[in-house]
Design a protein around this ligand. Structure first.
Ligand code: ZN
Length: 306
């Protein structure tokens, strides 16, 4: 994995006093370039994109730009104006839930970007998008899809990973929104290291029964989907990573914000925001320097930013 050996490589180059060899992302003062893509979503992307931008830039680690697709119902030629230059960003943060990006050349250049060491971070309904785009679906692993569209993964009560094959059992869904415990499943991974093992998340949808290719997934966090809350009675994946060529994708299905987006408890949750920022940093650099904030939620009390 190039991205994981890159920091070591850069350190060696710096030690040799041979900096300035044209390696990007190398300078200590360099900010990670995030490109948020939005434009279609059954969630309030017009409010959540500027909020995510502000939160990421507030860490001091990121420089964020935005690319917006034509709206739902746009004509085919309207996509001609959508031509993001992936070479000018380090990580794409998808706040997009709609049909496959057009034209096909955009999808191809995005796949090339990922395979050559780029990064993708999906938030919430971003994993509902791009039905039929195999490159995206493989990078995302589990998606909001029916049971005929892929396998399902979940963890049982002792943390054992189980798989249900395509066509069997339920497809994607969620019960009523509620506050719930998010359980970290990896205390060593840079994204989750130092985060409390269990913490209470702001009121949110709890995705269950997600379906997809489900290959090479490293599941970092789950949540118990309580049958009393319209759930499945098992631990559902909430946050995971998938290697894509030399690059990587991180999917985080927390963060529902409905139509009017008034209070945004799921997205203003310090736990959610910390995971998104750390995911963006790790996906690009292979390490995490963003600290776990002092107001990170514990297992009793939700913690939201203002
Ligand atoms: Zn939602």
């Amino acid at each position: 994995m190039t991205k994981r050996i890159l920091p070591l490589f850069i350190a060696i180059i710096a030690l040799l006093g041979a900096a300035g060899l044209g390696i990007s992302k190398s300078g200590a003062g360099d900010k990670i370039r995030v490109l948020i893509i939005d434009g279609r979503n059954n969630h309030n992307w017009k409010d959540t994109t500027p909020f995510l931008k502000q939160q990421l830039e507030g860490t001091g680690k990121f420089q964020v730009s935005v690319a917006t697709t034509p709206p739902n119902g746009a004509k085919a030629e309207d996509w001609n104006s959508f031509d993001p230059d992936f070479s000018k960003c380090d990580v794409v943060l998808s706040n997009y839930n709609g049909a496959k990006w057009e034209p096909e050349s955009v999808r191809n250049s995005f796949e090339k970007f990922l395979n050559e060491g780029g990064a993708l971070v999906n938030v919430h309904a971003a994993n509902n998008a791009h039905k039929g785009w195999i490159g995206f679906e493989e990078a995302t692993g589990l998606l909001w899809r029916g049971n005929k569209d892929g396998a399902r993964l979940y963890l049982d009560e002792v943390g054992k990973l189980l798989k249900i094959e395509v066509g069997k059992g339920r497809g994607a869904g969620h019960g009523p929104q509620h506050e719930y415990i998010v359980q970290m499943r990896d205390s060593v991974h840079p994204i989750t290291k130092g985060i409390p093992k269990e913490w209470l998340h702001g009121k949110d949808e709890l995705y269950h029964g997600q379906r997809g290719p489900a290959k090479d997934m490293e599941i970092l966090a789950t949540a118990f989907s309580d049958s009393k809350k319209g759930g499945t009675g098992v631990h559902e994946p909430m946050l995971w990573t998938i290697p894509v060529g030399e690059g990587v994708a991180v999917t985080n299905v927390l963060g529902h914000v409905g139509g009017n987006g008034k209070n945004m408890p799921a997205m203003k949750c310090v736990g959610f925001l910390t995971l998104v920022a750390r995911s963006c940093e790790w996906a690009v650099t292979g390490k995490v320097t963003i600290p776990v904030p002092g107001n990170f939620p514990d297992d009793k009390k939700v913690s939201l930013v203002d």
